[in-house]
Design a protein around this ligand. Structure first.
Ligand code: FES
Ligand code: FES
Length: 177
């Protein structure tokens, strides 16, 4: 089976019951995405698929063949950090770091959701073309990523600083065909 991970093609044979998280960690040795709960409750395993965030512990790897999979290793690297990674360092957005790759992947996708006009539970106008990164939107949209160290203040500051320029589109979203 063929996968595209962090921009590289990978061909693998594996048990079709394998989760995407296990494929990334056990077969591809990409240890950035973490196994916290392994049941969709903590967000530690968050990765991007075609730019959208998913919990890779709940995803069967076979469903993601030929899709663009991005892990924290594909977002930035030592010496060439993603701006959000640099902001996490600057704002003390982590302590043990276990949740951090998931937090960062999740926030990167969240910023795109705001621009695309994907509403959240706290959005007042669900038909708006885009949303601003308010404190309420940020906290609601990141609520699927838990941090057992309680580094939330730094996490929020880092995300806010990095994506402060995210401005909502004006107008309404086009109705789906
Ligand atoms: S390990 Fe996937 S959500 Fe917790
Ligand atoms: S930094 Fe330790 S769980 Fe978040």
């Amino acid at each position: 089976m063929r996968f595209v991970v962090n921009g590289s093609d990978v061909d693998l044979d594996f048990d079709p019951r394998t989760s995407l998280l296990d494929l990334l960690r056990e077969r591809l040795r990409l240890f950035g995405a973490k196994k916290g709960c392994n049941q969709g409750a903590c967000g530690a395993c968050t990765v991007l698929v075609d730019g959208a965030r998913i919990n890779s512990c709940l995803a069967l790897a076979v469903q993601y063949q030929d899709r663009e999979i991005t892990t924290i290793e594909g977002l930035g690297a030592p010496g060439a950090l993603h701006p959000l990674q640099a902001a996490f360092v600057e704002h003390d957005g982590f302590q043990c770091g276990y949740c951090t790759p998931g937090q960062i992947c999740s926030a990167v996708a969240m910023a795109e959701e705001l621009k695309r006009g994907v509403p959240s539970y706290v959005s007042e106008d669900v038909a708006a073309a885009g949303f601003a990164l308010t404190q309420d939107e940020l906290r609601e949209r990141m609520s699927g990523n838990l941090c057992r160290c309680g580094a939330y203040n730094g996490i929020v500051d880092a995300i806010q600083e990095t994506f402060a320029a995210t401005k909502p589109e004006s107008g309404k979203r086009e109705a789906a065909e």
